[in-house]
Design a protein around this ligand. Structure first.
Ligand SMILES: [Zn+2]
Length: 426
Protein backbone atom coordinates (compact mmCIF):
# COMPACT_ATOMS: atom_id res chain seq x y z
CA UNK A 1 0.00 0.00 0.00
CA UNK A 2 1.53 3.29 -1.04
CA UNK A 3 0.43 6.82 -0.33
CA UNK A 4 0.40 9.11 -3.37
CA UNK A 5 2.60 12.08 -2.43
CA UNK A 6 2.08 13.68 -5.84
CA UNK A 7 -1.71 13.71 -5.31
CA UNK A 8 -1.23 15.18 -1.83
CA UNK A 9 0.90 18.02 -3.21
CA UNK A 10 -1.60 18.66 -6.01
CA UNK A 11 -4.45 18.93 -3.52
CA UNK A 12 -2.45 21.28 -1.32
CA UNK A 13 -2.02 23.51 -4.38
CA UNK A 14 -5.75 23.34 -5.17
CA UNK A 15 -6.65 24.28 -1.60
CA UNK A 16 -4.14 27.12 -1.63
CA UNK A 17 -5.84 28.63 -4.66
CA UNK A 18 -9.12 28.79 -2.68
CA UNK A 19 -7.47 31.47 -0.56
CA UNK A 20 -6.71 33.85 -3.45
CA UNK A 21 -7.40 37.53 -2.72
CA UNK A 22 -7.25 40.54 -5.00
CA UNK A 23 -3.66 41.74 -5.07
CA UNK A 24 -2.03 38.33 -5.14
CA UNK A 25 -2.11 37.39 -1.43
CA UNK A 26 -3.42 34.02 -0.27
CA UNK A 27 -5.16 33.30 3.01
CA UNK A 28 -8.10 31.36 4.35
CA UNK A 29 -9.09 33.09 7.57
CA UNK A 30 -11.50 31.02 9.64
CA UNK A 31 -15.14 31.30 8.54
CA UNK A 32 -14.27 33.57 5.60
CA UNK A 33 -15.47 33.05 2.02
CA UNK A 34 -12.03 31.65 1.16
CA UNK A 35 -12.31 29.21 4.05
CA UNK A 36 -15.74 28.19 2.77
CA UNK A 37 -14.28 27.44 -0.67
CA UNK A 38 -11.46 25.40 0.86
CA UNK A 39 -13.82 23.45 3.10
CA UNK A 40 -16.19 22.72 0.21
CA UNK A 41 -13.35 21.55 -2.00
CA UNK A 42 -12.06 19.32 0.79
CA UNK A 43 -15.51 17.82 1.37
CA UNK A 44 -15.87 17.24 -2.38
CA UNK A 45 -12.75 15.04 -2.39
CA UNK A 46 -14.48 12.78 0.13
CA UNK A 47 -17.78 12.77 -1.74
CA UNK A 48 -15.92 11.53 -4.80
CA UNK A 49 -14.90 8.55 -2.64
CA UNK A 50 -18.51 7.91 -1.59
CA UNK A 51 -18.11 9.45 1.89
CA UNK A 52 -20.38 12.34 2.86
CA UNK A 53 -18.67 14.39 5.61
CA UNK A 54 -20.66 15.78 8.54
CA UNK A 55 -20.24 19.21 10.09
CA UNK A 56 -20.55 19.21 13.89
CA UNK A 57 -21.95 21.91 16.17
CA UNK A 58 -18.64 23.81 16.20
CA UNK A 59 -18.13 23.76 12.42
CA UNK A 60 -15.63 20.89 12.45
CA UNK A 61 -15.83 18.70 9.35
CA UNK A 62 -15.78 14.98 10.11
CA UNK A 63 -15.40 12.38 7.35
CA UNK A 64 -15.73 8.80 8.52
CA UNK A 65 -14.39 5.63 6.94
CA UNK A 66 -16.29 2.87 8.73
CA UNK A 67 -14.38 0.11 10.48
CA UNK A 68 -14.95 -3.58 10.01
CA UNK A 69 -15.54 -4.58 13.62
CA UNK A 70 -18.04 -3.55 16.24
CA UNK A 71 -18.03 -3.64 20.01
CA UNK A 72 -18.88 -6.92 21.68
CA UNK A 73 -20.83 -7.64 24.86
CA UNK A 74 -22.74 -4.82 26.51
CA UNK A 75 -22.11 -2.29 23.76
CA UNK A 76 -22.72 -4.77 20.93
CA UNK A 77 -23.62 -3.04 17.71
CA UNK A 78 -21.63 0.11 18.51
CA UNK A 79 -18.51 0.79 16.44
CA UNK A 80 -15.07 0.43 18.01
CA UNK A 81 -13.49 3.72 19.14
CA UNK A 82 -12.24 5.71 16.17
CA UNK A 83 -8.73 6.59 15.10
CA UNK A 84 -8.74 10.31 14.37
CA UNK A 85 -6.56 12.14 11.87
CA UNK A 86 -7.10 15.85 12.18
CA UNK A 87 -5.71 19.30 11.59
CA UNK A 88 -6.99 22.61 10.24
CA UNK A 89 -7.63 24.33 6.91
CA UNK A 90 -7.71 27.93 8.14
CA UNK A 91 -4.55 30.01 7.79
CA UNK A 92 -3.05 33.22 9.14
CA UNK A 93 -3.21 36.24 6.78
CA UNK A 94 -0.74 35.58 3.97
CA UNK A 95 -0.19 32.03 5.20
CA UNK A 96 1.38 29.11 3.40
CA UNK A 97 0.24 25.92 1.67
CA UNK A 98 1.20 23.38 4.29
CA UNK A 99 0.47 24.53 7.86
CA UNK A 100 -2.69 22.65 8.79
CA UNK A 101 -3.78 21.71 5.27
CA UNK A 102 -1.12 18.98 5.10
CA UNK A 103 -2.63 17.16 8.09
CA UNK A 104 -6.11 17.25 6.56
CA UNK A 105 -5.05 16.22 3.05
CA UNK A 106 -2.83 13.44 4.45
CA UNK A 107 -5.86 12.09 6.36
CA UNK A 108 -7.84 12.07 3.13
CA UNK A 109 -4.94 10.30 1.40
CA UNK A 110 -4.95 7.57 4.07
CA UNK A 111 -8.66 7.01 3.39
CA UNK A 112 -8.21 6.97 -0.38
CA UNK A 113 -5.23 4.61 -0.17
CA UNK A 114 -7.12 2.20 2.09
CA UNK A 115 -10.19 2.25 -0.17
CA UNK A 116 -8.22 1.64 -3.34
CA UNK A 117 -6.25 -1.19 -1.79
CA UNK A 118 -9.37 -2.89 -0.42
CA UNK A 119 -7.82 -3.00 3.07
CA UNK A 120 -10.41 -2.50 5.81
CA UNK A 121 -9.51 -1.19 9.24
CA UNK A 122 -11.01 -2.73 12.36
CA UNK A 123 -11.62 0.75 13.82
CA UNK A 124 -13.48 3.60 12.16
CA UNK A 125 -11.16 6.30 10.83
CA UNK A 126 -12.36 9.90 11.31
CA UNK A 127 -10.63 12.61 9.29
CA UNK A 128 -11.39 15.88 11.04
CA UNK A 129 -10.93 19.47 9.90
CA UNK A 130 -10.91 21.49 13.10
CA UNK A 131 -12.45 24.95 12.75
CA UNK A 132 -10.51 28.13 13.53
CA UNK A 133 -7.23 26.73 14.77
CA UNK A 134 -5.19 29.83 14.05
CA UNK A 135 -7.34 32.36 15.88
CA UNK A 136 -6.03 34.95 13.42
CA UNK A 137 -9.43 36.48 12.78
CA UNK A 138 -11.03 36.78 16.23
CA UNK A 139 -7.98 36.56 18.48
CA UNK A 140 -8.28 33.14 20.11
CA UNK A 141 -7.49 29.89 18.35
CA UNK A 142 -8.11 26.14 18.60
CA UNK A 143 -11.85 26.78 18.80
CA UNK A 144 -13.09 23.69 16.96
CA UNK A 145 -10.69 21.33 18.69
CA UNK A 146 -11.58 22.95 22.03
CA UNK A 147 -15.29 22.31 21.48
CA UNK A 148 -14.57 18.79 20.21
CA UNK A 149 -12.53 18.05 23.37
CA UNK A 150 -15.22 19.39 25.67
CA UNK A 151 -12.99 22.26 26.87
CA UNK A 152 -14.38 25.46 28.31
CA UNK A 153 -15.30 27.84 25.49
CA UNK A 154 -14.90 30.97 27.62
CA UNK A 155 -12.11 32.31 25.39
CA UNK A 156 -14.39 32.42 22.35
CA UNK A 157 -16.56 35.42 23.00
CA UNK A 158 -19.51 35.72 20.57
CA UNK A 159 -18.94 39.48 20.41
CA UNK A 160 -15.22 39.33 19.54
CA UNK A 161 -14.80 41.28 16.30
CA UNK A 162 -12.51 40.86 13.32
CA UNK A 163 -10.72 43.80 11.69
CA UNK A 164 -13.84 44.59 9.62
CA UNK A 165 -16.08 44.71 12.70
CA UNK A 166 -17.78 41.34 12.03
CA UNK A 167 -18.71 39.57 15.26
CA UNK A 168 -17.63 35.97 15.83
CA UNK A 169 -21.21 34.78 16.42
CA UNK A 170 -22.31 36.28 13.07
CA UNK A 171 -19.38 34.77 11.16
CA UNK A 172 -20.18 31.36 12.68
CA UNK A 173 -23.89 31.73 11.89
CA UNK A 174 -23.05 32.28 8.22
CA UNK A 175 -21.55 28.77 8.33
CA UNK A 176 -24.61 27.34 10.10
CA UNK A 177 -22.88 27.28 13.49
CA UNK A 178 -24.88 28.54 16.47
CA UNK A 179 -22.41 29.94 19.02
CA UNK A 180 -24.62 28.88 21.94
CA UNK A 181 -24.70 25.28 20.76
CA UNK A 182 -20.98 24.77 20.16
CA UNK A 183 -20.60 22.72 23.34
CA UNK A 184 -22.64 20.00 21.61
CA UNK A 185 -19.58 19.22 19.48
CA UNK A 186 -17.92 17.61 22.54
CA UNK A 187 -16.95 14.09 21.61
CA UNK A 188 -17.36 11.33 24.14
CA UNK A 189 -13.91 10.13 25.20
CA UNK A 190 -14.73 6.46 24.85
CA UNK A 191 -15.50 6.91 21.15
CA UNK A 192 -11.91 7.89 20.32
CA UNK A 193 -8.98 5.47 20.40
CA UNK A 194 -6.44 8.19 19.65
CA UNK A 195 -5.77 11.23 17.52
CA UNK A 196 -2.97 11.78 14.98
CA UNK A 197 -1.80 15.02 13.41
CA UNK A 198 0.75 15.31 10.62
CA UNK A 199 2.16 18.84 10.49
CA UNK A 200 5.12 20.75 9.16
CA UNK A 201 7.68 21.65 11.79
CA UNK A 202 7.98 25.28 12.82
CA UNK A 203 11.53 26.22 13.73
CA UNK A 204 13.63 24.21 11.29
CA UNK A 205 15.41 21.68 13.50
CA UNK A 206 14.46 18.70 11.28
CA UNK A 207 15.47 20.66 8.18
CA UNK A 208 18.83 21.62 9.65
CA UNK A 209 19.64 18.10 10.84
CA UNK A 210 18.33 16.42 7.68
CA UNK A 211 15.91 14.25 9.68
CA UNK A 212 12.72 13.41 7.76
CA UNK A 213 10.43 12.60 10.70
CA UNK A 214 9.88 14.33 14.03
CA UNK A 215 7.98 12.49 16.74
CA UNK A 216 6.46 15.10 19.01
CA UNK A 217 6.93 14.45 22.71
CA UNK A 218 4.93 17.37 24.05
CA UNK A 219 3.44 20.65 22.97
CA UNK A 220 5.11 23.40 24.96
CA UNK A 221 3.11 25.37 27.46
CA UNK A 222 3.32 29.13 27.62
CA UNK A 223 3.23 31.70 30.40
CA UNK A 224 2.63 35.31 29.48
CA UNK A 225 3.27 38.46 31.48
CA UNK A 226 3.07 42.17 30.99
CA UNK A 227 6.03 44.01 32.49
CA UNK A 228 5.95 47.71 33.32
CA UNK A 229 9.00 49.63 34.46
CA UNK A 230 8.35 53.08 35.85
CA UNK A 231 11.08 55.70 36.06
CA UNK A 232 10.99 59.47 35.80
CA UNK A 233 10.01 61.47 32.76
CA UNK A 234 12.29 64.48 32.37
CA UNK A 235 13.96 66.79 29.86
CA UNK A 236 16.42 64.92 27.65
CA UNK A 237 18.68 67.94 27.26
CA UNK A 238 19.05 69.22 30.78
CA UNK A 239 18.89 66.10 32.97
CA UNK A 240 22.44 64.84 33.56
CA UNK A 241 23.11 61.16 33.08
CA UNK A 242 23.61 60.33 36.75
CA UNK A 243 20.34 62.08 37.69
CA UNK A 244 18.17 60.00 35.38
CA UNK A 245 15.68 57.25 36.13
CA UNK A 246 15.30 56.09 32.55
CA UNK A 247 12.66 53.36 32.31
CA UNK A 248 13.74 52.28 28.84
CA UNK A 249 17.41 51.87 29.76
CA UNK A 250 16.33 49.63 32.66
CA UNK A 251 14.00 47.75 30.30
CA UNK A 252 16.78 47.27 27.75
CA UNK A 253 19.12 45.89 30.45
CA UNK A 254 16.51 43.43 31.58
CA UNK A 255 15.50 42.32 28.07
CA UNK A 256 19.08 41.82 26.93
CA UNK A 257 19.74 39.56 29.93
CA UNK A 258 16.80 37.23 29.15
CA UNK A 259 18.73 34.93 26.73
CA UNK A 260 21.41 34.18 29.34
CA UNK A 261 18.76 33.46 32.01
CA UNK A 262 17.01 31.02 29.65
CA UNK A 263 20.35 29.38 28.83
CA UNK A 264 21.24 29.03 32.51
CA UNK A 265 17.89 27.83 33.85
CA UNK A 266 16.10 26.24 30.88
CA UNK A 267 16.65 23.26 28.62
CA UNK A 268 17.50 22.98 24.93
CA UNK A 269 14.01 24.02 23.79
CA UNK A 270 13.18 26.70 26.40
CA UNK A 271 12.42 30.12 24.92
CA UNK A 272 11.55 33.55 26.26
CA UNK A 273 10.44 36.43 24.06
CA UNK A 274 9.67 40.12 24.41
CA UNK A 275 7.46 40.74 21.40
CA UNK A 276 5.90 44.15 22.04
CA UNK A 277 7.09 47.30 23.77
CA UNK A 278 5.51 50.68 24.42
CA UNK A 279 7.48 53.65 25.71
CA UNK A 280 5.90 56.65 27.36
CA UNK A 281 5.77 59.40 26.39
CA UNK A 282 7.65 58.15 23.29
CA UNK A 283 9.09 61.54 22.38
CA UNK A 284 12.58 62.30 21.05
CA UNK A 285 13.44 64.85 23.71
CA UNK A 286 11.92 63.23 26.80
CA UNK A 287 13.56 60.62 29.03
CA UNK A 288 11.19 57.62 29.00
CA UNK A 289 9.06 57.70 32.15
CA UNK A 290 7.77 54.19 31.67
CA UNK A 291 7.98 51.24 29.36
CA UNK A 292 5.62 48.31 29.12
CA UNK A 293 6.43 45.11 27.28
CA UNK A 294 5.12 41.61 26.78
CA UNK A 295 7.09 38.64 28.05
CA UNK A 296 6.33 35.03 27.21
CA UNK A 297 8.11 31.86 28.26
CA UNK A 298 7.61 28.48 26.61
CA UNK A 299 8.80 25.01 27.51
CA UNK A 300 7.52 21.45 27.45
CA UNK A 301 7.76 21.20 31.25
CA UNK A 302 5.83 23.39 33.64
CA UNK A 303 8.55 23.43 36.39
CA UNK A 304 11.06 24.74 33.82
CA UNK A 305 8.66 27.53 32.82
CA UNK A 306 8.19 28.45 36.49
CA UNK A 307 11.94 28.40 37.16
CA UNK A 308 12.71 30.71 34.25
CA UNK A 309 9.80 32.93 35.23
CA UNK A 310 11.06 33.41 38.78
CA UNK A 311 14.66 33.99 37.64
CA UNK A 312 13.46 36.63 35.18
CA UNK A 313 11.46 38.29 37.94
CA UNK A 314 14.52 38.28 40.20
CA UNK A 315 16.63 39.89 37.46
CA UNK A 316 13.93 42.48 36.83
CA UNK A 317 13.90 43.47 40.50
CA UNK A 318 17.72 43.72 40.57
CA UNK A 319 17.82 45.84 37.43
CA UNK A 320 15.09 48.22 38.56
CA UNK A 321 16.48 48.57 42.06
CA UNK A 322 19.91 49.44 40.69
CA UNK A 323 18.45 52.06 38.37
CA UNK A 324 16.08 53.70 40.83
CA UNK A 325 13.03 52.58 38.86
CA UNK A 326 10.12 50.38 39.94
CA UNK A 327 8.44 47.45 38.22
CA UNK A 328 5.22 45.54 37.89
CA UNK A 329 5.46 41.89 36.76
CA UNK A 330 1.84 41.26 35.86
CA UNK A 331 0.49 37.77 35.13
CA UNK A 332 -1.55 37.58 31.92
CA UNK A 333 -2.14 33.92 31.09
CA UNK A 334 -0.75 30.43 31.36
CA UNK A 335 -1.30 27.30 29.27
CA UNK A 336 0.11 24.04 30.57
CA UNK A 337 2.24 21.87 28.29
CA UNK A 338 0.45 18.85 26.77
CA UNK A 339 2.20 15.50 26.70
CA UNK A 340 1.71 13.29 23.69
CA UNK A 341 0.61 9.72 24.44
CA UNK A 342 3.36 7.08 24.82
CA UNK A 343 1.38 4.46 22.90
CA UNK A 344 0.88 6.77 19.92
CA UNK A 345 4.52 7.93 20.03
CA UNK A 346 5.69 4.30 20.05
CA UNK A 347 3.49 3.52 17.04
CA UNK A 348 4.97 6.49 15.13
CA UNK A 349 8.54 5.46 16.00
CA UNK A 350 7.81 1.88 14.90
CA UNK A 351 6.25 3.15 11.67
CA UNK A 352 9.33 5.29 10.90
CA UNK A 353 11.65 2.35 11.57
CA UNK A 354 9.62 0.04 9.34
CA UNK A 355 9.66 2.61 6.55
CA UNK A 356 13.42 3.05 6.96
CA UNK A 357 13.26 6.76 7.87
CA UNK A 358 15.24 8.25 10.71
CA UNK A 359 13.22 10.12 13.28
CA UNK A 360 13.92 12.31 16.25
CA UNK A 361 11.93 13.05 19.37
CA UNK A 362 11.16 16.73 19.74
CA UNK A 363 8.77 19.08 21.48
CA UNK A 364 6.54 21.50 19.58
CA UNK A 365 7.10 25.12 20.55
CA UNK A 366 4.01 26.18 18.59
CA UNK A 367 0.40 25.42 19.49
CA UNK A 368 -1.63 22.93 17.49
CA UNK A 369 -5.11 21.40 17.72
CA UNK A 370 -3.38 18.46 19.40
CA UNK A 371 -2.65 20.70 22.41
CA UNK A 372 -6.35 20.93 23.23
CA UNK A 373 -7.16 17.42 22.05
CA UNK A 374 -4.48 15.94 24.33
CA UNK A 375 -6.43 17.12 27.38
CA UNK A 376 -9.14 14.58 26.47
CA UNK A 377 -7.73 11.99 24.07
CA UNK A 378 -4.44 10.09 23.58
CA UNK A 379 -2.63 12.13 20.92
CA UNK A 380 0.42 11.96 18.72
CA UNK A 381 1.97 14.32 16.21
CA UNK A 382 4.27 13.65 13.28
CA UNK A 383 6.42 16.55 12.05
CA UNK A 384 8.10 16.81 8.67
CA UNK A 385 10.84 19.31 7.72
CA UNK A 386 9.98 22.80 6.58
CA UNK A 387 12.67 24.37 4.40
CA UNK A 388 14.58 26.88 6.54
CA UNK A 389 11.94 26.35 9.24
CA UNK A 390 9.67 28.96 7.64
CA UNK A 391 5.97 28.87 8.53
CA UNK A 392 3.03 31.30 8.64
CA UNK A 393 4.38 32.77 5.42
CA UNK A 394 3.87 32.32 1.68
CA UNK A 395 7.50 31.11 1.67
CA UNK A 396 6.53 28.04 3.70
CA UNK A 397 7.76 24.98 1.77
CA UNK A 398 8.14 21.27 2.32
CA UNK A 399 9.51 19.01 -0.40
CA UNK A 400 7.40 16.38 -2.11
CA UNK A 401 9.87 13.78 -0.86
CA UNK A 402 9.39 14.82 2.77
CA UNK A 403 5.61 14.98 2.34
CA UNK A 404 5.68 11.46 0.90
CA UNK A 405 7.69 10.22 3.88
CA UNK A 406 5.39 11.89 6.40
CA UNK A 407 2.35 10.38 4.68
CA UNK A 408 3.96 6.92 4.63
CA UNK A 409 4.63 7.13 8.36
CA UNK A 410 1.09 8.35 9.01
CA UNK A 411 -0.46 5.40 7.14
CA UNK A 412 1.83 2.88 8.84
CA UNK A 413 1.01 4.42 12.22
CA UNK A 414 -2.70 4.05 11.55
CA UNK A 415 -2.24 0.40 10.53
CA UNK A 416 -0.20 -0.33 13.68
CA UNK A 417 -2.68 1.34 16.00
CA UNK A 418 -5.59 -0.37 14.26
CA UNK A 419 -3.88 -3.69 14.71
CA UNK A 420 -2.50 -3.46 18.22
CA UNK A 421 -4.19 -0.50 19.88
CA UNK A 422 -2.12 1.72 22.17
CA UNK A 423 0.99 -0.04 23.42
CA UNK A 424 2.53 2.22 25.99
CA UNK A 425 5.45 -0.09 27.00
CA UNK A 426 8.92 0.96 25.86
ZN1 LIG B 1 -1.10 24.47 12.07
Amino acid sequence: MKMDGVRVVRRLEELYLCGAHDGGAYSRLAFSEEDRKGRELFASYFRALGIDPLTDAAGNIIARLDGEEGEKGEKAGAPLPAILIGSHLDTVPGGGKYDGALGCVAGLEVVETLLSSGKRLRHPLDVVVFADEEGARFGSGMMGSGAFSGASLGDFSPTAEDSAGVKRADALAAFGVNWKEMGKAARERATVLCSLELHIEQGGSLFKSGTPIGVVTAIAGVKRREVTITGEMNHAGSTRMHDRKDALVAGARFISSAPEIVAAHGDAYSVATVGTIAVRPNAVNVIPGSCTFSLEIRDQELPVIERIDSELERRLRDVTEASGTTCNFRFISSTSPALMDDGVKNAIIKASEEAGYSCSLMPSGAFHDSLTLARSFPCGMIFIPSVNGVSHSPEEFSTEEDIQKGCDVLLRTVLTLDNTGLQSGA
